[in-house]
Write a new protein. Structure first.
Length: 120
């Protein structure tokens, strides 16, 4: 996953290369947090690419808050997953974060960011 994340940031936005370590650590942190509930969390490569793409797009269209945007994006993806892992899932279950899941969880944020450009 390390090598893939570096390539993702080069493709998405060359200015975000410094965020490589941050994304790796934030994803790792989420995996470990969910593991405390006995649930396995996996991010598909396409999902990681989509997270990076959306964070870069939101920084470009709303406000450029740099690496903090990654935290916001990942928190939005993980909110429901974290709740379900603690309340509804059984030990040993696996959650796979896919590109479709990332898009679903962030679709309203992207619409809001598009509209925020037109508000005075």
């Amino acid at each position: 996953m390390d090598y893939y994340i570096r390539i993702v940031f080069v493709i998405v936005n060359s200015r975000m290369i410094s965020c490589t370590f941050l994304l790796q650590q934030v994803l790792k942190q989420q995996v470990e947090l969910i593991a405390t509930e006995g649930v396995t969390l996996t991010f598909e490569n396409d999902a990681i690419l989509e997270i990076a793409r959306i964070a870069a797009q939101m920084n470009k269209t709303v406000e450029n808050i740099g690496a903090r945007r990654l935290h916001t994006v990942i928190e939005r993806i993980m909110e429901e997953i974290s709740f379900n892992a603690a309340e509804e899932m059984k030990e040993g279950e696996e959650i796979i974060v896919t590109k479709a899941l990332v898009q679903e969880r962030l679709s309203d944020a992207l619409v809001a960011s598009d509209l925020s450009r037109f508000i005075l």
